[in-house]
Write a protein that binds this ligand. Sequence first.
Ligand SMILES: Nc1ncnc2c1ncn2[C@@H]1O[C@H](COP(=O)(O)OP(=O)(O)O)[C@@H](O)[C@H]1O
Ligand SMILES: Cc1ncc(COP(=O)(O)OP(=O)(O)O)c(N)n1
Length: 274
Amino acid sequence: MHIVTTIAGSDSGGGAGIQADLKTFQELEVFGTSVITALTAQNTTGVTGVFPIDISFVEKQFQALVEDFPIAAMKTGMLYSSGIIQAIARMIGELNIPLIVDPVMIAKGGESLLQQEAIEALCSSLLPLATIVTPNIPEAEALTGRTIRHFEDMKQVAQSFLQLGVQCVIVKGGHLAEPLYAIDYVFFKNGQSFSMQSPRIQTKNTHGTGCTFSAALTAFLGRGLAMEEAIIEAKKFIQLAIMHDLAIGNGHGPTNHFAYQQHKEACEVIIHET
Ligand SMILES: Nc1ncnc2c1ncn2[C@@H]1O[C@H](COP(=O)(O)OP(=O)(O)O)[C@@H](O)[C@H]1O
Ligand SMILES: Cc1ncc(COP(=O)(O)OP(=O)(O)O)c(N)n1
C-alpha cells in the first residue's frame, strides 16, 4: 500500500481541498493522510469563512505522519500564510520524496485562500523544493508577474518557473479563453515539453478541478509511475471527473471523483510534443 499526504485546507463543501484530495487518493488506491492548514466554511456558492490552524499544530500533524509512515509522495494546496509555508518548507526539506505544489490562491468565487504577503514565501521557500508545480493561469501570472492571453504565453511563462527552481511545471489552461479545448502545457527542467489537450466540457460544475488534478498526480507518482505517465493519467482523471460532473449544490458543483474508475478506458487526451 502506497501512502501519500496532502497538506491543504479543509473545504466543508467536500469538492475541493483536503476532501477532494482524500477522495481522489481513495479512488486511485493509495492510502491518504493529511495535514490541515486551515478550515474553510464553504459550499458550491462560495467561501464564508477561513480559520487558519496554528503553525505549531500544523507542524505537529506533519511530525505525527513522518514519524510513523513511509510517505511515497506529498502535495500542497491551500497554505494561507507565509508562516505556514515556511514551516512546511522546513519540514519537507528534510525528506527526499516527490512534492507536488498546487499554488492555490483564490477560490472560484473570488475569495482569497493565500494572503498576499505569502506569495514571496511560496516562491522563495517552497517552489525550489517542488518536483512539479501546477499553477492555473491567474496563479502563474501572480507568481511570475507576466500576463497570459494565449497558449504561446503559457509556454513563455513556463520557462520563468524553472528559474524559480522547480523541476517541472504544468501550466493549466482551464482559464484560457479557448472554447473547444482545455489545454495544459508541461515543461521539464531538461527542456522536454509537451501539451495535453482534451475537449472542453461545457459545465459550471468545476469546483475543485485543480485540487483533484494535483491529488491524482500525487497518487500516480506515489504508486511509482514515471512523471510523464503520471501527468497524462492525472489529466484523464480530471477530464472524466468534469465530464461526468455532479450537479450538487446551487453554485459551482464538484467534479465526480468516481468517474475515472468507471470510464477510464473511454478517455482520450491528445499529446503534442513541443
Ligand atoms: N471545462 C473544462 N473542460 C475540460 N477540462 C477542464 C475544464 N476546465 C478545466 N479543465 C482542466 O482541469 C484542470 C484544472 O484546470 P484549471 O481550471 O486551469 O485549474 P484550477 O481548478 O486550479 O483553477 C486542467 O487540466 C484543465 O485543463
Ligand atoms: C480549501 C480549499 N482549497 C482549495 C480550493 C480551490 O480549489 P481549486 O481546485 O483550485 O478549484 P476551484 O474550485 O477554485 O476551481 C478551495 N476552494 N478550497
